[in-house]
Design a protein around this ligand. Sequence first.
Ligand SMILES: *[C@@H]1O[C@H](CO)[C@@H](O)[C@H](O)[C@H]1NC(C)=O
Ligand SMILES: *[C@@H]1O[C@H](CO)[C@@H](O)[C@H](O)[C@H]1NC(C)=O
Ligand SMILES: *[C@@H]1O[C@H](CO)[C@@H](O)[C@H](O)[C@H]1NC(C)=O
Length: 444
Amino acid sequence: MKTPSCFIIYSFILFLITGVLGEHHSNNVKPIALKSKPLTGKFLHITDIHLDPNYLVGSDPKKLCHRKSKKAHKNTAGKFGALNTECDSPLSLVNASFQFMKNSLQDIDFILYTGDTARHDRDKKLPRTGADVLEDHKAVIHLFIKTFDVNSIKLIPTIGNNDGIQHNDFTFNTSIYNSLQSIWEPLGLNLSETFHSGGYFIQDQVVPGLRVINTNSMFFFKKNHIVTDCNEASSPGAIELIWLKQALEQAKDDNVMVYVMGHVPPNDDDDSPLFMPTCLDQYYQILGEYGDIILGHFTGHTNNDVLTAVVPKGNSFGHVTAMANNNELSQIRANHVSTVLFNAPSIIPVNNPAIRVYRYETSKTKENPVGTILDWTQYYVDLDKANYEDSVQYEIEYQASKLYGVNRFDGQGISQAFKQLRVNKNSRRLYSQYVTVSSQSDSV
Ligand SMILES: *[C@@H]1O[C@H](CO)[C@@H](O)[C@H](O)[C@H]1NC(C)=O
Ligand SMILES: *[C@@H]1O[C@H](CO)[C@@H](O)[C@H](O)[C@H]1NC(C)=O
Ligand SMILES: *[C@@H]1O[C@H](CO)[C@@H](O)[C@H](O)[C@H]1NC(C)=O
C-alpha cells in the first residue's frame, strides 16, 4: 500500500466495509470501531464521580451540602466541593475535572471508569428518585462524550453500588441494566446477553491482544441484601463466577491478556472483606489461578489509593493488602505474586479528587506481555486550595515508578514494590499519605 492510487482503493474498500457494517448494527452487539489512532501506551482510570446537581455552594456539609444552617460559620461548602465530608461532587468540580482531561489527557488509548456516577441517597429531606439516578448517568456520559472521541478511545464503565435505583441491591434482570444499555449506547460497547441479565460483559480488542472482563461486583457485595453468598449454586454471584472463569479460560485459549474491572474491591482498605465469604474465597482463587493472564485488576469504591496482591496460600490463594499503617507496612511481604489489584482514588471529595493515568505495554516484548502495567501517574487536586483560589488545578501527586522503585508492575514488580514499602521508611511515609490522596485526614 505504498502508492497513492493503492491508498485510494484501500480507502474505498474501508468505506464499503464501514458502510456495510453500518447497515447491520441493529442488534445489541456493535462492530468494533475501526481505529486509525496510533497507540499511545496509556490509559485512564477514573472512579466514583458521584455527581450531585443539588450541591449548594455556601451550605452546611452536615446537611449534605444541600441546605444552609442558621449558624453562618457552619456553611462552609466550597465552590468545588467539601473535603472530607459526606457531600457529593458539585457540577463545578466534575466540569473542571473533565476540562482537565480534555486539555491534558487526550493521549490515551482507552478509559476504565469503575462506576458510582450518581449521588448518594443520604439526605432524608431530599430522597433520590429513579429519575435523578438516570439524569446523573446521562449527564456524566454526556461529559465523557464531549471530552473524548469515544469512537477511537473506548470508554468502559462499570456499575457501582450507588448506580442503581435501589442502593446496593442488584440481582439478575434489575431494570438499571436496560436503562444503562440505552444511556451507554453511544459508547459502542459489547453489551451482550450477559449485560442484559447480569450487568457484566466482555470487551474484546480494547487494544490488540488485550481484553477487558467487566464484572458486576454487586453480586458479590456484602451490603447487597437481595442476593445470597456464592455457596448457593443459584445465587447471582455463583453464576457470575462461573462466567468469569469461563471468560478467563476463553482468553487463555485465544492467547490474549486480560484486565478485570469492577466497582467494589474484594477487601476494604483496612483489609476487612467487602465480598460475602464464599464469593470472596472463590474470587481470589480465580484471580490467583489465572494470574498468568490477568495483568491488572481495577476497582474504586473505597475512595482510597491502595495496592493489594493475590498470593498463593497453601493449596489455594489469599491476598496481602498494603494498609496505610506503619506497622503493617514495615512487615509487608508478598512473594510469588500472581495478580495485582489496583484500587484508585475518586473524584468525589472524600479525599482530594484524583485521576490516574497508567502506562502499559502495547506490544509483546521479550520481558512483557501486552498489557503489562509499566507505571502510573497519579493526578490530584488540592481541594482546599482550589476553593480558596477559585480554580481547580490537577497536579501530579506522585509517579508510581519513583515511589516504588520499580519499572513494571507485574507479579515480580509488585513483590519488589512491597519490599520497598517494607524497607524504605520514606516510601512508607509517602504511601500512607497518598492512600488518602494527600488529604489531611487520617480516615484509614
Ligand atoms: C459546566 O460546563 C458547561 C459547559 O462546558 C457549562 O455550561 C456549565 O455552566 C458548567 N457548570 C458549572 C457548574 O461549572
Ligand atoms: C432474565 O430475563 C431473561 C429474559 O429477558 C430470562 O431469559 C432469564 O431467565 C432471566 N434471568 C433470571 C435469573 O431471572
Ligand atoms: C462480546 O462478548 C462475547 C461474549 O459475551 C464474546 O464472545 C465476544 O468476543 C465479545 N466481542 C467483543 C467485540 O468484545
